[in-house]
Ligand binder design. Structure first.
Ligand code: SF4
Ligand code: SF4
Length: 700
């Protein structure tokens, strides 16, 4: 007898009709609920992929290619979940996802077999089908139980109560300013629904086997084992079990648009149309746009693009973004998961975004992109936050030292208010070539505001200039013709000041026919690389560690050679995470790594995270998973409570490696860590840029 299964075994026509009626009814209720959300998405600005619907959604070659690629990578491949840390529940989610996917594909194949002329549900195919669904379904059930108990057993910190300043967390919570990030009753209800739906599926299968045993029932081992425990059943008893299972399936359909279940559909849609752009690129706003809309930035949720509104409905409330947020982890009110949920809530309520999220939370963001990196459904938190900041700045709601910084950038071209001519002070005695002297150069050496002002950063600037000279690189500086890139202005929300500075700098690049830039500031690098093209400023830009690494490879400079464990290195967010460069800095101290590799995934984290295994004493957070120093997003210039400095937490982690030298590759990080190291340690700790270490190694 050929292995197969008779569909609707023992069911009469009226029973089948009732089944179809209830199935269509539950799906209809599902779509009815989604309809109201679609209306809210459409209230947004027609920007992004939906406006370009032909390209993204219709069956053009480009649209389909993008769709297939994104679905393959982010949905089927679960790239973002695989690359998150096991502590975040990634293995459990992978079991849930692949179990669910297998059951979904299996049900679809069964439907094709039932309602099409193709009858393939038999023989060897049937045996493999039964085995695959049974085994993967069991994984699905185990993952449901795992998720349930994981949630029950979550520690205070994992639930969103940072360990760092626990008492303060609780005080803020009591004042209603801070909420735990997870563990709601809804989560238990959803897990219960998934478990019961899956388990009753096994019961229905076991009941069928108990009623009508077949020699090939072994191919569904879980259902078969359960059937052995059941007594002999009548047809009516079997039907009762089957309908009981279907009641849960229909409930599942009706509840998909609600609770976390929504992400099952939304994550696929949002991932499919994901618009790939560098994380370090913020979209410009134009004067025409301001004249048309009468406002700057985002006041109400409808001021976001339709795509951004839709992407927020994909949030699965996993809390991965909050887990990695440097602001949240030092006790600030910013909770990126709640930012998404509060904006989502304001879509329907019409409450202003700054009110829903709170201004305090919006200003607390360092734009470090750790949340964007962690989010499995590709939600662009930084774009959402900066959009709301733009509106606050336009309304004059930025005050204090942040506002002072903006005035300084506008009046002097320096975020620290340094006069243009003083940008050349560091050059004294170094014979640095200047563009205005008509020298030939391959690289424009971009110094940046910090590199020309801060005493520590000036040491880096000098070291870079001297190393370039030693290696015979033709370079020149702009000196007093250099002005702030506008990065802090853009990220704090003053878009038009950024645009003014960008156009000013681009015109200087054009005047001197600049083709390549080297800079020791990852923030300047990011802005040139990812944002200046918006103003016709297409130049090739490298971080100083990248150029120096090349010079070491070419034998023009010698790498530094510290004793093992003597030095630790802090990856800057805008170099390691936003621009995916962690290997070049390490190569300067003789470490060969592959931290840039996108292949850093679950397996590596299970093996205690990606490790260079070289001379450096590596901190827990490194490479793309680095921990922010707290300077980005304009935070460098904003007031900070001494006990709420992200830099302190980072400094503690770096010093926990036992290293007595902390190496950096960013002037902002250097300034923040300098203050934090002094605050958290009484030991004599040396803080240096990698360029200084290289200079020492190449001293005559
Ligand atoms: S960008 Fe960084 S600071 Fe801002 S919300 Fe995300 S993780 Fe937090
Ligand atoms: S925004 Fe992304 S990372 Fe944060 S809770 Fe939602 S799905 Fe998870």
């Amino acid at each position: 007898m050929e292995p197969t299964r008779q569909e609707f075994f023992g069911f009469l026509l009226p029973e089948k009709l009732l089944f179809y009626f209830l199935a269509f009814l539950s799906l209809g209720i599902c779509f009815w609920q989604i309809r109201s959300r679609i209306a809210l998405w459409l209230s947004g600005k027609p920007l992004g992929p939906i406006r370009e619907g032909i390209k993204y959604w219709l069956p053009t070659r480009e649209g389909l290619g993008r769709w297939a690629n994104n679905v393959g990578l982010y949905v089927i491949g679960q790239k973002k979940v695989r690359s998150s840390r096991p502590r975040s529940g990634a293995p459990m989610h992978l079991m849930l996802f692949y179990g669910f996917l297998t059951l979904f594909i299996g049900t679809t194949l069964l439907a094709i077999n039932t309602y099409s002329p193709f009858k393939f549900h038999k023989g060897l195919y049937y045996l493999i089908y039964e085995m695959a669904l049974d085994v993967m379904g069991l994984g699905f059930l185990i993952a449901c139980v795992w998720a349930f108990f994981r949630r029950l057993a979550m520690t205070r910190a994992e639930l969103g109560w940072a360990d760092y300043h626990g008492d303060q967390d609780e005080k803020q919570w009591r004042e209603g300013r801070r909420r735990p990030m997870s563990g709601t009753m809804n989560d238990y209800a959803v897990l219960g629904l998934l478990f019961i739906t899956g388990f009753t599926g096994y019961l229905a299968e076991a009941a069928r086997m108990a009623l009508n045993p077949q020699p090939f029932d072994w191919s569904a081992p879980v259902g078969h084992a359960l059937s052995l425990a059941l007594p002999q059943l009548s047809v009516e008893q079997y039907k009762f079990v089957w309908w009981f299972h279907m009641a849960w399936v229909f409930a599942f359909f009706m509840l998909i648009p609600r609770f976390r279940l929504r992400h099952i559909v939304m994550a696929i849609l949002v991932s499919a149309g994901y618009e790939k752009k560098p994380w370090g690129e913020l979209k410009p706003i134009t004067m025409e746009e301001v004249e048309t809309t009468g406002q700057i930035g985002v006041t109400l949720a409808k001021d976001y693009s339709r795509w951004q509104l839709m992407s927020m409905d994909a949030c699965m409330e996993c809390g991965r973004c909050t887990e990695v947020c440097p602001a949240w982890n030092v006790g600030k009110v910013l909770n990126p998961k709640l930012v998404v949920q509060d904006i989502r809530g304001s879509m329907a309520s019409g409450v202003a975004v700054a009110e829903a999220v709170s201004e305090e939370a919006l200003w607390a963001c360092t734009t470090c992109n750790a949340c964007v990196e962690a989010c499995p459904v590709l939600i662009p938190h930084v774009d959402l936050i900066v959009g709301a900041r733009r509106s606050l700045v336009a309304e004059g709601k930025l005050s204090g030292t942040g506002a002072t910084m903006l005035r300084q950038v506008g009046s002097t071209g320096s975020a620290w208010g340094q006069a243009a001519i003083d940008r050349e002070d560091w050059m004294k005695g170094l014979d640095v070539p200047l563009c205005r002297d008509g020298v030939e150069f391959e690289y424009l050496m971009w110094v940046g505001c910090a590199g020309a002002t801060d005493p520590g950063a000036i040491r880096t600037t000098k070291a870079v200039a001297q190393l370039l000279k030693r290696a015979g690189v033709k370079f020149a500086c702009l000196g007093k013709e250099e002005a702030c890139t506008g990065d802090p202005a853009r990220r704090i929300g003053e878009e038009f000041l950024f645009q003014e500075k960008a156009m000013q700098n681009v015109s200087v690049f054009q005047k001197y026919k600049v083709k390549k830039i080297v800079t020791a500031c990852p923030h300047c690098m990011n802005t040139f690389k990812n944002e200046y093209h918006q103003f016709d400023g297409d130049v090739e830009v490298v971080h100083h560690t990248q150029l120096l690494s090349q010079l070491v490879d070419d034998g023009k400079l010698a790498a530094s050679n510290p004793n093992k464990g003597e030095v630790t290195y802090h990856d800057p967010c805008y170099l390691a995470r936003v621009n995916n460069e962690s290997d070049a800095p390490r190569s300067l101290v003789g470490d060969a790594t592959n931290l840039n590799s996108e292949a850093i995934d679950l397996v590596q984290w299970l093996q205690n995270g990606p490790s260079s295994g070289g001379a450096l004493a590596e901190p827990e957070h490194r490479g793309r998973k680095t921990l922010c120093c707290g300077a980005g997003g304009g935070r460098m210039w904003m007031e900070e409570e001494p006990n709420q400095r992200p830099g302190n937490r980072r400094a503690e982690e770096l010093l926990a490696t036992g290293a007595k030298t902390v190496a950096v590759g960013c002037p902002f990080c250097r300034i923040m860590l300098d203050a934090s190291i002094k605050q958290v340690s009484e030991e004599e700790i040396r803080l240096v840029d990698l360029a200084e270490m290289l200079q020492e190694a190449n001293a005559e």
